[in-house]
Design a protein around this ligand. Structure first.
Ligand SMILES: C[S@@+](CC[C@H](N)C(=O)[O-])C[C@H]1O[C@@H](n2cnc3c(N)ncnc32)[C@H](O)[C@@H]1O
Length: 349
């Protein structure tokens, strides 16, 4: 019988070799509920299954936020919902989790996953929004203030790994890089708005890129000749400079990673959003409320550290983390994405 007939057995997607390599080919990883054993093997190998995200420093965050039944928790970066599900469970009975994310593609899937856990429907509020506007949203949703606020900054693994989002240089895709593809300019068009000095500043300030000048020049020259519309095209421009980047192949890869990070931060105005969030948090917390922020690179951490320190000095916070908290050795070994994570926390006066 013809396998393509509708009642015929389903074939796995075709891919070369024994194991799927491309994001869209990893059909088992995209369905962890159906292929739990295969997904567990991927995790045991220190990888994040495609289409999912492994929450980082869950225990440390729960210790810092200390959620209790009946409380209101705000997760500003819902992502896959890993931290959110822990917080949602911990504030039961009677509590609420308010979850925000800018991403209109992943958010509906995360809401379905969280609602399927069976908590009372009114205990979960999900909103697609930029956390820069947290105070406006909370003014209607929780005018009495929140007991805790969490932000786990940056991108989720689903966003990074999916080549159609344009964040990765590991597979080719459109040069987009927007967390919310319904708003703003994709990276390919954003590049057309920049001159050499502004792109060099973005590379230097957003990713501490040591070769910012030369890379900015090469990117804009190439873009002016043939617009860079794909992630491969952008990565190839950086690769074309490899003779001038000391350190061999791995140094070139690191440079490409920094270039992608810097442009993505600018496309999404990530630093502007973090500054707005840090200004808003004190007004969003009840007295005694807790805040925990997870950062992944120095540009994020500098902002969070100075906002919490300034708040402590001026008496807004009664208690802040004296030292930054890092992922445990076990977590860093089992999930390399936790290696750069830094947790900072504080308590509202
Ligand atoms: C590292 S992931 C969060 C993962 C999540 N804690 C979990 O356990 O699955 C970061 C998320 O924050 C979202 N995000 C980043 N900046 C944002 C902003 N300014 N406003 C709203 N969401 C944002 C991203 O879309 C992404 O889904």
């Amino acid at each position: 019988m013809n396998e393509s007939a509708s009642e015929g057995p389903k074939r796995r997607p075709r891919y070369r070799g024994k194991n799927p390599r491309a994001f869209h080919e990893k059909y088992k990883e995209h369905r962890p509920d159906q292929y739990a054993a295969d997904v567990a093997k991927v995790i045991a190998g220190g990888k994040t299954p495609a289409g999912t995200h492994r929450p980082i420093m869950v225990r440390e965050i729960m210790d810092a936020l200390s959620p209790k039944p009946g409380e209101i928790a705000v997760d500003c970066t819902l992502g896959y919902g890993g931290h959110a599900r822990e917080l949602l469970a911990a504030v039961q009975p009677g509590g609420r989790l308010i979850g925000i994310d800018a991403d209109p593609i992943e958010l509906p899937k995360t809401e379905v996953r969280l609602r399927s856990l069976g908590f009372p429907p009114e205990s979960l509020v999900v909103k697609r929004a930029n956390f820069a506007g947290l105070h406006r949203f909370l003014a209607t949703e929780a005018p009495e203030g929140a007991d805790m606020v969490l932000a786990d900054l940056g991108l989720s693994s689903m966003q990074i790994d999916n080549p159609t989002r344009g964040f990765t240089f590991k597979e080719d895709g459109p040069l987009d890089m927007r967390m919310n593809p319904l708003k703003g300019l994709p990276a390919s068009e954003f590049l057309s708005t920049l001159n050499h000095a502004s792109l060099a500043r973005i590379l230097s300030e957003n990713a501490d890129e040591p070769f910012a000048d030369a890379i900015a020049l090469a990117i804009l020259r190439s873009h002016q000749t043939t617009p860079l519309k794909t992630t491969k095209a952008l990565a190839d421009v950086v690769r074309s400079l490899c003779g001038r980047i000391p350190g061999g192949e791995s140094a070139v890869e690191d440079t490409i990673r920094r270039v992608f990070q810097a442009i993505r931060i600018a496309v999404n105005d990530e630093f502007g959003a973090i500054d707005a969030l840090m200004r808003a948090i004190p007004d969003c917390l009840k007295p005694g409320g807790r805040v925990a922020i997870l950062t992944f690179h120095s540009g994020e951490d500098r902002r969070v550290k100075s906002a919490l320190k300034d708040g402590y000095t001026s008496g807004i916070y009664s208690n802040i983390a004296q030292e930054v908290v890092r992922a445990s050795f076990e977590e860093r070994r089992s999930n390399p994405r936790s290696i750069s994570a830094k947790l900072r926390y504080a308590t509202r006066q």
